[in-house]
Design a protein around this ligand. Structure first.
Ligand SMILES: *Cc1c(COP(=O)(O)O)cnc(C)c1O
Length: 407
C-alpha cells in the first residue's frame, strides 16, 4: 500500500542536512516539470547541471528499459559490454586512454586524488604528495574531496581532515608558482568554477598551470564534473582552453540523472591504479554504463553542441535585456549553458531569494554562492521554453527588488 507523504514527512524521517523547498515534483518531460499539486515549472536548473538532455528523454528511457530487462549488476570480478563500450567512446573522444567508473562526482575525484598520490609515490617516493587546489573550488563531499575543495565551511567540524593539501587563488599564476615545489603531486582545477560562482579560467592561466605541472612532474587534474558532457559547448571544456590534463573527472550530466561518474586518465598515469589499489561495488555496472553510452552518442553531435552556443546567446541576450530594465546584475558570464549572473552590490548575499521567487513564478533556477544566480538548463531546451522561462524570471526579479525595497 502506498503511504501518504508530504513535505512535512521530510522533517520526520530525513537527516536534516538538506532544507528542500515545499515543492515536490513528480513528473518531468523535456524542460518542463510538474509537482504533486499539478503545478507546472520550467527547468533552468537541470538538477544541478545534471539533466543535460532534459527529463524523460525518449531514447534514454528506452535504453534504460531495455538494459533493465537484460542485466542490472555484476561484480567487478567480471566486466560487461556496456562498460567496455562506454569506456571506448570516452577514450576515443577525449585525450584519455583509460577509464575508471564510479557512482558520483565526488567518487570520481576521490579516485583521481588517490591516483595522483599513488603515481607520485610510485615514481618519486612518498615525499611527493602535496595536492594544490584552488580557493572557492568544489570537488565533492567526501572527507578527501572537502579537504581538496577550497571552501572551509565544508570541512568545519569534520577534522582531522587529510593533510598535504594547499590552496591558491584561482587565475593567480604567481601565487601558484610560489606554492608549487618538488613535493607537489598534482594540481586540481575546474576549467570553470561552478559552485564557486561560475568563474572561467583564463586561457593563459590554464596554459601556465600545465607548464608548471610539467616542470614539477605533477599531474594536472581537471574536475569537469559540472563543466563536462557538452555543458560548455564542447564535449569537455578543456578542449576550449587548449590545455590537456593528465586526469579528468566527469559525472553530473554523464548519466543525465542516473548516478554515475568516471575518472579518465592517460595510460601512463592510469598504471598507478594497479590491480587491487582501488575499487567500487557499483562503479561500471551495466545499467549506468548503458545510459552513459546513449548520453554521449546524443550529446556529442554537431546539432547538440552547436545548439549550446545558440542557446547561450539567447540566455545572455535575455538576461541583458532584463538587466537593462531592472539593473540587478553587475556581471553576466559563463560558458555554453553554464551561466552566472552576479547581483549588484545592493543585493549582495541575496541571490538565494531568486530561487524562491522564481519557483513561485513556475521556474527552477540555481545560485552559485551568495551572490550569483546560476542557470544550467538542458542543452536541448526549446526556444519557447527559454523565452517563457526568461519571462517568468523577470517577474521573479521584479518581486525580489520590491521585497528588498520594502524591507
Ligand atoms: C557537483 C560537483 C562535484 C560533486 O559531485 P557529486 O556527484 O555530488 O559527488 C564535484 N566537482 C564539481 C566541480 C561539481 O560541480
Amino acid at each position: 500500500m502506498t503511504q501518504q507523504v508530504t513535505r512535512a514527512t521530510f522533517d520526520e524521517v530525513m537527516v536534516p542536512n538538506y532544507a528542500p523547498s515545499a515543492i515536490i515534483p513528480v513528473r518531468g518531460e523535456g524542460s518542463r516539470v510538474w509537482d504533486n499539486e499539478g503545478l507546472e515549472y520550467i527547468d533552468f536548473a537541470g538538477g544541478i547541471a545534471v539533466t543535460a538532455l532534459g527529463h524523460s528523454h525518449p531514447t534514454l528511457v528506452n535504453v534504460m528499459r531495455e538494459q533493465a530487462g537484460q542485466l542490472w549488476h555484476l561484480s567487478n570480478v567480471m566486466t560487461n559490454e556496456p562498460a567496455l563500450r562506454a569506456a571506448q567512446k570516452l577514450t576515443q573522444k577525449t585525450f584519455a586512454d583509460r577509464v575508471f567508473f564510479a557512482n558520483s562526482g565526488g567518487e570520481a575525484n576521490e579516485a583521481a586524488f588517490k591516483l595522483a598520490r599513488r603515481y607520485a609515490f610510485d615514481h618519486f617516493g612518498p615525499e611527493k604528495h602535496e595536492i594544490i587546489a584552488f580557493n572557492k573550488s568544489f570537488h565533492g563531499r567526501t572527507l578527501f574531496t572537502v579537504s581538496v575543495g577550497g571552501q572551509a565551511k565544508y570541512k568545519e567540524g569534520f577534522e582531522p581532515t587529510p593533510g598535504g593539501i594547499k590552496h591558491c587563488d584561482y587565475n593567480d599564476i604567481e601565487q601558484l608558482k610560489a606554492l608549487m615545489s618538488d613535493k607537489t603531486c598534482a594540481v586540481v582545477m575546474e576549467p570553470i568554477q561552478g559552485e564557486g560562482g561560475v568563474i572561467p579560467a583564463d586561457k593563459a592561466f590554464a596554459k601556465q598551470v600545465r607548464e608548471l605541472c610539467d616542470q614539477h612532474n605533477a599531474l594536472l587534474v581537471f574536475d569537469e564534473v559540472q563543466s563536462g558532457v557538452g555543458r560548455t559547448g564542447t564535449l569537455y571544456a578543456y578542449e576550449q582552453l587548449d590545455v590537456t590534463p593528465d586526469v579528468l573527472t566527469t559525472a553530473k550530466a554523464l548519466g543525465n540523472g542516473f548516478p554515475v561518474g568516471a575518472m579518465l586518465a592517460t595510460a601512463e598515469a592510469a598504471k598507478s591504479l594497479a590491480f587491487g589499489t582501488h575499487g567500487s561495488t557499483y562503479g561500471g555496472n551495466p545499467m549506468a554504463c548503458a545510459i552513459v553510452e546513449a548520453v554521449i552518442d546524443i550529446i556529442d553531435t554537431p546539432e547538440v553542441l552547436g545548439g549550446v552556443k545558440k542557446r547561450h546567446d539567447l540566455f545572455v541576450e535575455g538576461l541583458k535585456a532584463i538587466n537593462e530594465k531592472h539593473h540587478v546584475f553587475k556581471d553576466i558570464r559563463g560558458m555554453g549553458l553554464l551561466i552566472g549572473a552576479e547581483v549588484v552590490d545592493s543585493l549582495e548575499g541575496k541571490a538565494a531569494q531568486f530561487i524562491k521567487a522564481a519557483a513561485e513564478e513556475g521556474l527552477f533556477v540555481l545560485v552559485a554562492g551568495p551572490d550569483v544566480l546560476r542557470l544550467a538548463p538542458s542543452l536541448i531546451i526549446s526556444e519557447t521554453d527559454i523565452a517563457e522561462g526568461l519571462a517568468r524570471l523577470e517577474k521573479a526579479i521584479v518581486k525580489v527588488i520590491a521585497e528588498n525595497q520594502a524591507a
